[in-house]
Design a protein around this ligand. Structure first.
Ligand code: DGT
Ligand code: CA
Ligand code: CA
Ligand code: ZN
Length: 581
């Protein structure tokens, strides 16, 4: 169920971690880490490649290619198994804590014999860690925080992991005979940022063939419940999937019910009761006679309650029902509305693919414009220089001529320093088509300083977009502690767009922040921040998040035709009037 690329990526990453904690060569660990990233982001299925093909992937040398081949042929990677056997399972559990590196995990095990999260919590509360070399009160605080993040994430998975599995299952079940309709529902259809379990719905006269096929899918690790109405499995990766089969006539009612959210459904059911009707997953009925009124489509059910069809991304009981009754639902931005991507990388910095490959991939996706925004020099490990970025600009201008339907923009991703200043002097910045500016360091400055820092960045006339504005990493790092209302007001006032970073580990801004920002009149940019061609497909998660924030195409600058976008990027009228259509 998982792409071989991702399986191998996970194995190589594990190997890198294991090398580190067993005191192995840090250089070797880094080489494996880099290869893992390259393979995970590689566009083609690696199981179709030979050793030579593998070595063409950046950062994959002979020894790694051989290990991968061995894994693809035998399903095993003995090198990993060997180091694995040297590391106790408890240490690996500790390493899963986001703020605890492999070395600290190993130190805890060797010096304090801690090999589980509960033992670690005990030791923290008894203040046993602070005497350890390399640990102190601040480390303790970080570790506690990391455990909190891990527990808050619970067993929820990133949306892309759930989507990949769901689409595969829907494809498998759709081809079975007797299948009239099949789709995923639940939080996945609503495009929530993380998914608890996947809900799949089938419309068919007979349920047994679907339930049986479902339990026999290749990625199934455990059948948790096997019934005629509902069957639940757990995949080898630990994700729960619920399958429900409803009679074809109940498709609309079933889809409406199992899409949720629960809060939205409760409201809808109240409306039905008010009209002396009863709503269930089988249809809308007269309460008294039990006679069925409608059940085949969601549209019919909403219509009978006096509502237009409500898009799933709005079904959170956040005012969508009142808006529907007033005929005031927003015309949500769609993936087809997006004309361009305004934040992407190449292998000139930390991207995995060269410029021309990224551009080709963007053109194949039908984009009308595409901005290359590699990292600026202050992120020193990326080793950007004036010469490199200017040479890249020339290459971009050349390539631009070769694509008839897609314009290329040359930009950069600046680093917002602790004072709110960015890389390069203003006159150098002026020659970029656009500048994204992001926070990449000093995350814990304190609320006032962080707020000022972001406002200063917005006030820079060369800064067009604030990249991943809160810098959160889902389940790993909380968002910056700043006064968002002040930042949102500054964006609106200065004509600076806020990014909706579509990477499934970020989805930053989040839906709720978007709702808040929109009230200030802020404009948004839904960007992939792609570091490989494959990442361009993450756009859908950014658009889903934008929809959950009630955005229309007009709110999103990268749906605009290029001339209008260019006027916005000129940041003229930044004394108050955001550029008009
Ligand atoms: P998740 O799985 O935590 O990401 O979130 P959902 O929304 O997918 O929740 P889930 O899987 O428990 O249930 C799927 C849908 O089924 C839910 O969105 C609405 C519907 N549903 C489940 N339980 C109830 C309930 O007790 N009342 C109502 N009205 N609907 C329910
Ligand atoms: Ca669910
Ligand atoms: Ca469920
Ligand atoms: Zn970036």
């Amino acid at each position: 169920m998982v792409r071989p690329n991702e399986e191998v990526e996970a194995l190589l990453r594990e190997y890198a971690d294991l090398v580190l904690i067993t005191g192995g060569d840090a250089f070797k660990a880094r080489a494996y880490e880099k290869a893992a990233r390259a393979i995970g982001g590689h566009h083609a299925d690696i199981s179709k490649l030979d050793a030579e093909g593998l070595r063409e992937i950046p950062n994959v040398g002979r020894s790694i290619a051989d290990k991968v081949i061995q894994y693809l042929q035998t399903g095993r990677m003995p090198a990993v198994e060997e180091v694995r056997s040297k590391v106790p399972a408890g240490v690996r559990q500790l390493m899963a804590i986001p703020t605890l590196g492999p070395r600290k995990a190993m130190a805890l095990y060797e010096d304090l014999h801690i090999s589980s999260v509960p033992e670690l919590l005990d030791a923290l509360h008894e203040e046993r860690l602070r005497d350890l070399k390399g640990f102190g009160p601040k480390t303790e605080e970080n570790i506690l925080h990391g455990i909190g993040l891990m527990q808050a994430a619970g067993d929820r998975v990133p949306i892309n992991a759930a989507m990949d599995v769901a689409e595969e299952i829907v494809a498998e079940l759709s081809v079975l005979s007797g299948c009239e309709s099949c789709t995923y529902a639940g939080s996945l259809r609503r495009m929530r940022e993380t998914i608890g379990d996947v809900d799949v719905l089938v419309a068919a006269g007979r349920s047994a063939p679907f339930m049986d096929a479902f339990t026999r899918l290749p990625g199934t690790a455990e059948v948790m419940a096997h019934g005629m109405k509902k069957t639940s499995i757990r995949t080898t990766k630990g994700l729960q999937i619920d399958l429900r089969v409803v009679p074809p006539d109940s498709w609309g009612a079933g889809l409406q019910y199992f899409t949720g959210s629960k809060a939205h459904n409760i409201r809808i059911r109240e409306m039905a009761v008010h009209r002396k009707l009863k709503l269930s997953e089988y249809g809308l009925f007269h309460a008294e006679s039990g006679k069925k009124i409608v059940s085949q489509s969601e549209e019919e059910i909403y219509a009978r309650l006096g509502l237009p069809w409500i898009p799933p991304t709005l079904r959170e009981d956040r005012g969508e029902i009142a808006a529907g009754l007033r005929g005031a639902l927003p015309a949500l931005v769609t993936e087809a509305d997006i004309r361009g991507d305004l934040h992407t990388h190449t292998d000139l910095t930390d991207g995995l693919a060269p410029l021309d490959e990224m551009v080709e991939a963007a053109a194949r996706r039908g984009l009308r414009y595409y901005a290359i925004t590699d990292h600026a020099p202050n992120l020193s490990m990326q080793r950007m220089t004036d010469e490199k970025v200017l040479a890249q600009r020339e290459r971009v201008r050349e390539l631009d001529g070769r694509h008839r339907n897609m314009r290329l923009l040359h930009g950069t991703e600046l680093n917002i320093d602790p004072d709110g200043h960015v890389d390069w002097p203003q006159e150098f910045l002026r020659d970029f088509d656009l500048c994204v500016a992001s926070v990449h360091s000093h995350f814990n400055q304190g609320r006032d300083a962080l707020t000022r820092r972001l406002v200063t960045a917005c006030e820079n006339p060369e800064v067009n977009i604030i990249g991943h504005p809160t810098t959160r990493l889902l389940g790993k790092r909380p968002g910056l502690d700043m006064d968002l209302d002040v930042v949102f007001a500054a964006c609106a006032r200065t004509g600076t767009a806020l990014e909706i970073n579509a990477h499934p580990d970020r989805l930053d801004l989040s839906d709720e922040h978007i709702l808040r920002a929109k009230r200030y009149g802020v404009k948004f940019a839904v960007n992939t921040d792609a570091h490989a061609p494959l990442h361009l497909t993450y756009l859908r998660y950014g658009v889903g998040t934008a929809q959950r924030g009630w955005l229309t195409a007009d709110d999103v600058i990268n749906t605009w035709p290029l001339p209008r976008l260019r006027r916005f990027l000129a940041k003229r009228g930044s004394a108050g009037t955001p550029s008009s259509p």
